[in-house]
Design a protein around this ligand. Structure first.
Ligand code: NAP
Length: 277
């Protein structure tokens, strides 16, 4: 039997935690498989994708900057990936490449499973309207949140995202916020940071403490650092706070399940991430 090969495609991709997590999963289930890094330049992308099958690669994760760029090379796209407009998981089935997006499901599984937060009928506010925000927004709409307000410094992005959400989901009220205060965080149960602001030590605090309240769950998609200034501030005012490590874990678990058809060994995957996080 030959070793199955999986990996993560990106540029750059060196700091990814996915190899650690997926290799721990293969080991826990005694699967003859390995997960490696595929750092490819934009010039190498097409050739790499066209030869996945011939190279004996069974599945890949896709990260920045290729989540949208891989779509034209795929044979099929899950309904959710289609709605999100981005792919983070590809399954190689013979000569066919099937595209999925597990980011949104990772977020929901973490929120509802681990944090016991029920999204149904909640008012939520989100910062950022990029790729990760689209995944979270689509899955929040599937989970039937009551209202979703989105603020992005680039209003064109939030306008485009809200327009698309309105066309596809009728049970949620969507709103473009043109400023932070216009997000109406005081009426929300959940505030999500889906911008990269907070990753760098020099980044400013995203939301002033006065706009937060203690009945809020503040969820930052960033997991490195483990506690952004936003999460630190949320804790200081008595609100609940979570980083995105759980989302990373659950999106990886879902990818594992798509590739192998087996239930992901959550304890093994969680343990290696917690050692790092
Ligand atoms: P992205 O595509 O760059 O989107 C971020 C969006 O936020 C952009 O539209 C950006 O606008 C906007 N923005 C920047 N500063 C802002 C501010 N102060 N207020 C409001 N909006 C602002 O990034 P992404 O791929 O969606 O990723 C976002 C974050 O999520 C990253 O930190 C990433 O590491 C994290 N993430 C975590 C997971 C996980 O599993 N935990 C999964 C995916 C992503 P401009 O482009 O105009 O700057």
């Amino acid at each position: 039997m030959t070793t199955k090969v999986y990996g993560v495609l990106g540029y750059p991709v060196k700091h990814s935690l996915s190899p650690l997590m997926q290799n721990a999963a293969f080991k826990a289930l005694n699967l003859d498989a390995q997960y490696i890094l595929f750092e490819k330049t934009p010039q190498e992308l097409a050739g790499f994708l066209l030869y996945l099958n011939k190279e004996g690669i069974s599945g890949i994760n896709v990260t920045v900057p290729y989540k949208e760029k891989v779509i034209p090379y795929l044979s099929s796209l899950s309904k959710e990936a289609q709605l999100i407009g981005a792919v983070n998981t590809i399954k190689v089935s013979g000569s066919k490449l099937e595209g999925f997006n597990t980011d949104g499901e990772g977020f929901i599984r973490h929120l509802t499973g681990d944090l016991r937060f029920d999204l149904r009928k909640k008012n939520i506010a989100m910062l950022g309207a990029g790729g990760a925000s689209r995944a979270v927004a689509v899955y929040s709409a599937i989970a039937k949140v009551r209202t979703l307000a989105i603020y992005d410094v680039d209003k064109e992005k939030s306008t485009a995202l809200i327009g698309q959400l309105k066309n596809n989901f009728k049970d949620t009220e969507f709103r473009i916020a043109d400023s932070l205060s216009n997000l109406n965080i005081q009426d929300c149960a959940l505030l999500i940071n889906a911008t990269p602001i907070g990753m760098k030590e020099s980044d400013p605090l995203l939301v002033e403490p006065g706009l937060l309240h203690k009945d809020l769950l503040v969820y930052d998609l960033i997991y490195n650092p483990a506690k952004t200034k936003l999460l630190q501030t949320a804790e200081e005012i008595g609100a609940k706070a979570s980083n995105g490590l759980g989302m990373l874990l659950h999106q990886g678990a879902r990818s594992f399940e798509i590739w192998t058809g087996k239930l992901a060994p959550m304890a093994a995957m969680r343990a290696v991430l917690q050692q790092k996080g």
